[in-house]
Each structure stands twice: as structure tokens, then as C-alpha cells.
Design a protein around this ligand. Structure first.
Ligand code: 7TS
Length: 419
């Protein structure tokens, strides 16, 4: 589908044919409890277009072979497909070179790679690492672990009532001991888009490297790592319409060069003797063992799909959905939105007076509506608002205004039942 074929459904006259997009996602035809599935849990994982599903199937039915090691025809085909997926990722985030793109299992593993390799090699007792109060546990726990090991201190940028980083507080946290800053680009539980360029600029004025957790960003907003000048950027395939078990670590080449391997094994070596092993060049130094070949190829296909629809078109459609949903829930009695930042993506977290989020989630499930309830792996965010959990609806390129109407009607029914 070319973006020219897209027809308007958005009142601001943006060209976008959501029905055509929906037809590309077979799972959206599913019935749940006899009702049409309305999938609003996209921040947890997105659904996959048929092109990604077919590509993964095609890999196993006509390409399957281990990569980087066989001279036979199939191994060359699979190696080429795997490496061309790397080039797609490189172009997607505008990295300088393909050697800066490491395939991992996902965001979580990418962050652990940085903490265990960069952190272990560079942190010392008394050093400081800065994260924010709105991090996913994946961007908290690995830093806690390495700080504990090294005797370093983890410092936290507080957020305001709207769910935005308090920039002045961030400035105050930076000292001559700060060795690393790791922040989320877009919050999964609040939807906040952080001022990452300003964070990076300030960090670099103080010679501090910055990692951006872009798990909730890459499929909502175009990212140019050279323009941002971030030192590391991490994300997962499964949240951006690609397969599970595949993710990316982008790192600036000079940093990756300077870092020791994360895991040892096949493919990451140059030569091995019992006395001494030398390591492979980038990016293979960080890709020990047989990787998720099908996943990488599927991720490349997901990038093609996103690019065809156009990230700008997706962002406009999702903004329309977010604005529509925010307005639609505004007059629901007892409903409070958690996360009201000026800059937000299509995540709507809320609490409803006297109704536990798990009851909301269960009730909506019987209406066919899938939302996420809980702490969303951001317990410190829940603590900040003094709540145990929220209900979260998160919208993707294939969601519609009508689906939001069903969500809102469901919420009104809940109030009748529980109220
Ligand atoms: N960082 C952010 C901002 C996330 O939203 C998530 C997953 C992760 C890291 C971890 O990604 P993974 O692919 O390695 O698991 N977020 C969610 C969520 O909001 N609901 O389920 C998973």
C-alpha cells in the first residue's frame, strides 16, 4: 500500500485508510467472548501485519539455515536476509553504520548489555547514574544491579503531577561524579514524551553518555540517532508490529568498540585457544550464539510496513485517537487520567473511583475490549501517584474512533454496575 492510496478518515483531512490497514492484521477479526476483539493493549505488544507473519513463515519454509557459517546456498540466503534486516534498522533510525546495530532479545536485554558491559568496565565506587522516576523496571533494575556491584549511586529525576520530568531537578542532580544517564523516551504508563534532546545536550555539556529507552517511541515518532546524538538507543521488535524475542541496541561506534563482550560463545569470537580468545569485530562481538534469525527478518519486514504507511501518518492518526479518547472520558464521573503531559503519545492511563483496575479489565474483556491493568512494570510511578495500579488503553495505527466508543460505553456500564 502506498501512502498516496490512503483515504481520509481523520477530520483534519490527513489521508489515512484505517480499514485498509485493519485488513492487513488478521488477528483483528478474532472474537472474544462472542464479541468482536477490540485490542487496546498495544503498549504491551502490538499485533502483526500479514506481511510480517508471512515473512517469518517464509524464512522457516524456504530459508532456514544457520547464518555466518555455511558456504552452502541456504546459509548464504539466510545470512543475507539477516544482514539486510540490520541495514533496514540502520536506515530506520539513521545510524551512521550497520556495525552500530546489535540484535538482541529486546529492550530489556539491550539495557542489560549496556549495564553489564559498559557499566562493569567504567563504573567505580562513588560514581553516580541518573534515571527518571517514570522508568520501566527494565531501565531501573539493571542499573541497580550494576550500581550495587560497583558501589555506585543511582539518582532519580522526579516527575510533576502531570507526569513530566522536572528539568530543573534534573540539572541539579548532575555532578562531576555522574557517569551515565539512562532515560525513557516515551513512558509506557503515562504516555509522556520526554524532552530527550535537551537531556542529551545537557548531559554532553558535562561529558556524560546517554541511553534512551525507545521501546514506546520508535513506532510513534520518527527517530534520527545522529540528530538526537544519543549514545545508546534501545527498543523491542514486538511493540513495533514485529516478532517477539528480537530487539535492538544502537550504540555509537566508538563506545561499542571500547566495550568488552557481554556474553561469550559462538560467532562473537575471532580465534579461540585455551590460552586466549580474541573477539570478532562489531556488531558480531555482541551477538553470541545463534540469534533469532526469523525474528530479525520479521523485524525488517515490520519496518517496511511502518515505512509504507508512514510514521508521520501513524502519529497523526494516533494523536487523533488520543485526543478523541481523552475528550470522551472527560465527563465520566469519578474517572481521573494519570499522565496529562503536554507532549503525549496514544496511551490513556486512568483510575476510576471505587473500582479496582482489575475489575475494569475483567469487565471490559467480556465486552471484547483488551486493555492492560496493573502497575505496568512502573511501580515507582504508581507510588508517585499513591495508587496501586491503573487501567491503560493504548492505541495503535489500526484502532478506530468506534472502538474507543465501545471502551467508553463499557466504562459507563461499569459505573452502573459497581456504582
Ligand atoms: N521499556 C519500556 C518503556 C517499556 O514499555 C517496556 C515494555 C520495556 C522497556 C521492556 O520491553 P521488553 O520488550 O524487553 O519486555 N513495556 C510493557 C508494557 O507497558 N506492558 O507490557 C510490557
Amino acid at each position: 500500500m502506498s501512502s498516496k492510496e490512503i483515504i481520509s478518515v481523520i477530520p483534519n483531512s490527513t489521508l489515512y485508510d484505517v480499514e485498509k490497514i485493519r485488513n492487513d492484521f488478521p488477528i483483528l477479526q478474532t472474537k472474544v467472548h462472542g464479541k468482536q476483539l477490540i485490542y487496546l493493549d498495544n503498549a504491551a505488544t502490538s499485533q502483526k501485519p500479514i506481511s510480517v507473519i508471512k515473512k517469518t513463515q517464509e524464512y522457516y519454509s524456504s530459508m532456514n539455515s544457520n547464518i555466518h557459517r555455511g558456504v552452502h546456498a541456504l546459509s548464504q540466503v539466510s545470512t543475507e536476509a539477516y544482514e539486510s534486516a540490520r541495514i533496514k534498522v540502520k536506515s530506520f533510525i539513521n545510524a551512521l553504520g550497520k556495525n552500530e546495530i546489535i540484535f538482541t532479545r529486546g529492550t530489556t536485554e539491550s539495557i542489560n548489555l549496556v549495564t553489564q558491559s559498559y557499566g562493569r568496565a567504567n563504573f567505580q565506587e562513588g560514581d553516580e547514574v541518573i534515571i527518571s522516576q517514570m522508568e520501566h523496571h527494565s531501565n531501573i533494575v539493571p542499573w541497580q544491579m550494576i550500581c550495587e556491584e560497583k558501589g555506585a549511586k543511582l539518582k532519580v529525576i522526579p516527575i510533576n503531577d502531570e507526569g513530566e520530568i522536572i528539568f530543573e531537578e534534573f540539572e541539579k542532580l548532575i555532578t562531576h561524579k555522574t557517569k551515565f544517564i539512562s532515560v525513557v523516551y516515551v513512558s509506557n504508563s503515562l504516555g509522556t514524551v520526554n524532552p530527550v534532546k535537551n537531556i542529551i545536550d545537557l548531559a554532553h555539556q558535562n561529558n556524560i553518555p546517554v541511553l534512551l529507552d525507545a521501546a514506546q517511541a520508535v513506532h510513534h515518532t520518527p527517530i534520527d540517532v545522529q540528530e538526537l546524538d544519543c549514545d545508546f538507543l534501545v527498543f523491542s521488535g514486538h511493540k513495533m508490529y514485529g516478532p517477539t524475542g528480537i530487539g535492538i541496541l544502537y550504540g555509537k561506534i566508538n563506545l561499542l568498540e571500547s566495550m568488552p563482550p557481554f556474553q561469550g560463545g559462538g560467532d562473537m569470537i575471532e580465534t579461540v585457544t585455551f590460552e586466549r580468545t580474541t573477539y570478532n569485530e562489531l556488531p558480531y562481538k555482541f551477538e553470541a550464539g545463534t540469534p533469532n534469525i526469523a525474528g530479525a527478518i520479521g523485524l525488517g519486514e515490520a519496518i517496511d510496513y511502518i515505512s509504507q504507511v508512514g510514521l508521520e501518518n501513524i502519529a497523526l492518526h494516533e494523536k487523533y485517537l488520543l485526543d478523541y479518547a481523552t475528550e470522551a472520558v472527560a465527563d465520566i464521573p469519578g474517572l481521573k487520567i494519570i499522565g496529562t503531559a503536554k507532549e503525549k503519545v496514544s496511551v490513556l492511563s486512568f483510575v476510576l473511583d471505587d473500582v479496582h483496575p482489575h475489575d475494569i479489565g475483567t469487565f471490559l474483556d467480556f465486552e471484547g475490549v483488551a486493555i492492560r491493568t496493573g502497575h505496568h512494570c512502573t511501580q515507582p510511578v504508581m507510588d508517585r501517584y499513591n495508587i496501586p495500579a491503573t487501567s491503560r488503553a493504548s492505541f495503535a495505527m489500526y484502532n478506530t474512533k468506534e472502538e474507543i466508543n465501545t471502551l467508553v460505553n463499557g466504562l459507563r456500564k461499569i459505573i452502573e454496575v459497581f456504582g
